[in-house]
Design a protein around this ligand. Structure first.
Ligand code: C2E
Ligand code: CA
Ligand code: CA
Length: 653
């Protein structure tokens, strides 16, 4: 029934729209000719509905118009749960007096029936129906009609007291139904416009203003009165947010961002306006001389507020952030100020001080980064990335059967650049795929050469999270193995948990395909970041590498206990899951013996050998039992050597 009238209204629009042109339209028009008047009315009505008006203005205008069109003495609109209207009872009386009150329910049997069934109600003048008469009497009306609002909106429009001596007819009823659907549609339309305007300048997650909002604000301030406007933009970027997001999932990441937003707003108070620029980037705009002078202090207060532990669904995290401050100045545009804040923020991220105020000297650091990136590009093009190999000692056989491939870059001017510098650079610029492929190809070609020399060594290659999220990984690895002529079981791929957390299901199935190829997977840097032991079970890895921070911690009196506890739990867990354990960062004999007595399977570290060029690997292998040594997985005795208090062996008991 309702759909029919919406349909009719659409036809009506068409008819008016084409001004009688077209046979179809004319036929439709004839069919509806007796309602000619009504169509004109609908057309006028729709034209009145301008999408630019606010929802409330719109509703008011449409309702006033409806009362006039239907020549009713009074009109009532009852809506439930309608967006920001909530539950409303709007009454329009004679002289267009408009009253809007909150309503909790109708408590009216007849109107409830209209809303429940969608059937309209027509109470004509002089009706004999007892309930109808009582209803009219209670409202002091002679006649009335009521129609439900269409579709999902619960509510109704009631018209009371037809003016000019007539009474409401079926035609009026259908007319009101048509108007009701237009009312709802156009309210939705203007609601949408309001929503869109708000959305365009606000962040849905935190409700804060967004980048556009900030830019507009800064521009307003800069173009304001006064010769040199006093304003500062604090640009804040959370450190390691990605790790939280990857490790715990987006819902936890979102919760963290909301909490950060709340803390920012509370800390900043009246001093400024907080916006979220996207991701984990926030900004605070402070205006006025005092505020700009206070900007660095405010920045430190913010860091302190963010440093307090934040309880999330599955975890408690502490966030650290870096803040860059850009100041308004003569001849600076809005874009300049934001760019300065951005440059300062990068300097804060890289330097020792988490708060940095922009100064011209900072431009150099940025330029250097860009230059280094350009050079890395060239180095990759020219195959200038070298690979060193760090041997791993199998404690069960006391022999070396594997090496880890580690990338090295000798910059023509800067000399050796650490992978801690160029790997992140490659990761952030899309060069990582190329880097990984080059290291993989070199390492496999080298493995082939060792095989040919009678040296059976497996090589471990590091994968970046980005690599694991690349669809072609399996194909690329398979073809690299084929090119080098190396069996898949001589390749170990080292992944980190953050590679997996972004999209665990996809990553797990991709990793499984690598395992199906015959490749061994190793979980690198285990114990750092947001390692989740629960996840370990799901991953098709057969080895975990205890992060060197803990291994090196064993030799440090202050950290020995904590490190031993962690290593113990990794060893226990790995034994239960049937995983091999590699400890890296073994720098002395005592640590090696501790790990051996704890049941660790393999060690890697300066004590055995630093990463060395390929041609020096054989010498290290010779020193440790030579080429004949066979790799025999020994009995797993982790638990026996781990003390109850978490210490390893007898040494730390
Ligand atoms: P990682 O994968 O944890 O590699 C182990 C790092 O520990 C290496 O640093 C190695 O030289 C160092 N190391 C080994 N034994 C000891 C020790 O006894 N004491 C100390 N203090 N350090 C030790 P490196 O070569 O500087 O590499 C640093 C990181 O750069 C690597 O950490 C890895 O995350 C990354 N990386 C290196 N090469 C590649 C690569 O080809 N691809 C990717 N994606 N990342 C790489
Ligand atoms: Ca590694
Ligand atoms: Ca590692």
């Amino acid at each position: 029934m309702q759909e029919q009238w919406v349909f009719l209204a659409v036809i009506a629009l068409l008819v008016v729209g084409v001004a009688g042109g077209g046979i179809w339209a004319r036929r439709a028009y004839r069919r509806l000719s007796d309602r000619h008047q009504s169509l004109v009315v609908v057309h006028e009505f729709v034209q009145q509905a301008t999408v630019t008006a606010s929802v409330r203005e719109q509703a008011r205008g449409l309702l006033l118009r409806t009362r006039q069109l239907l020549r009713a003495g009074r009109l009532e609109l009852i809506v439930f749960d309608y967006h920001d209207f909530g539950d409303r009872h709007i009454r329009i009386g004679a002289n267009d007096a408009y009253a809007s009150t909150a309503v909790s329910g109708v408590g009216d049997r007849l109107l409830d029936r209209v809303m429940d069934t969608g059937e309209p109600m027509l109470l004509a003048r002089g009706t004999q129906d007892v309930e109808a008469r009582q209803w009219l009497q209670a409202r002091g009306a002679r006649d009335a009609l009521a129609v439900a609002l269409p579709s999902s909106t619960r509510g109704c429009i009631v018209l009371l007291d037809r003016l000019d001596g007539d009474t409401f007819t079926d035609d009026d009823l259908t007319m009101v139904q048509t108007l009701a659907s237009h009312l709802v549609m156009s309210l939705r339309g203007s609601r949408l416009v309001e929503q869109l305007t708000h959305d365009a300048t606000h962040d849905a997650l935190t409700g804060l203003g967004n980048r556009t909002f900030l830019s507009q604000r800064v521009e307003t301030v800069l173009s304001g009165p006064g010769q040199v406007p006093e304003a500062a933009v604090l640009l804040l970027d959370l450190d390691k947010f990605k790790e939280v997001n990857d490790a715990f999932g987006h819902h936890v990441g979102d919760a963290l961002l909301r909490e950060v937003a709340t803390r920012l707003v509370t800390t900043v108070g009246d001093l400024g306006t907080v916006s979220r620029l996207g991701g984990d980037e926030f900004a605070v705009l402070v205006v006025g001389r005092e505020a700009t002078d206070a900007a660095p202090t405010l920045a430190h207060n913010i860091l302190e507020a963010l440093g307090r532990p934040i309880s999330l669904v599955d975890a408690v995290v502490t966030t650290q952030a870096s803040i860059g401050i850009g100041l308004a100045g003569p001849d600076l545009s809005e874009a300049d100020v934001l760019r300065h804040a951005d440059t300062a923020m990068y300097a804060a991220k890289e330097g020792p001080d988490p708060v940095v105020v922009y100064g011209e000297h900072l431009e150099r650091g940025r330029t250097e980064r860009m230059r280094l990136l350009a050079d890395l590009h060239i180095a990759l093009e020219r195959d200038e990335i070298k690979v060193l190999y760090q041997p791993q000692l199998d404690l069960r056989t006391n022999a070396i059967h594997s090496v880890e491939a580690l990338a090295r870059w000798e910059h023509p001017v800067l000399g050796w650049v650490s992978p801690e510098v160029f790997v992140p650079l490659a990761e952030s610029s899309g060069l990582i795929e190329q880097l990984t492929h080059q290291v993989l190809d070199q390492a496999l070609a080298q493995a082939r050469r060792w095989q040919d020399d009678g040296l059976d060594l497996a090589v471990a290659v590091n994968l970046s999270p980005h690599n694991v999220n690349t669809m072609r990984l399996v194909e690329d690895v398979a073809s690299a193995l084929a090119r080098a002529g190396v069996p898949a079981d001589r390749l170990v791929l080292e992944i980190t948990e953050s590679s997996v957390m972004a999209d665990p299901d996809r990553a797990v199935s991709l990793l499984q395909r690598l395992v199906d190829l015959g490749v061994t997977l190793s979980l690198d840097d285990f114990g750092t970041g947001y390692s989740s032991l629960a996840y370990l079970q799901r991953l098709p890895v057969s080895e975990v590498k205890i992060d060197k921070a803990f291994v090196m911690g064993l030799a440090d009196p202050e950290q020995a206990h904590a490190s031993a506890v962690l290593i113990r739990s990794i060893l226990t867990l790995s034994a239960n899951l049937g995983l091999e354990v590699v400890a890296e960062g073994v720098e002395d004999a005592q640590t090696l013996e501790l790990l051996r007595s704890g049941g660790c399977d393999l060690i890697q570290g300066y004590h055995l050998s630093k990463p060395v060029p390929a041609d020096r690997v054989a010498a290290v292998v010779e020193r440790h039992g030579g080429r004949e040594a066979v790799r025999v997985p020994g009995p797993r005795s982790h638990l026996s050597a781990v003390n109850e208090d978490g210490t390893l062996g007898r040494h730390l008991a």
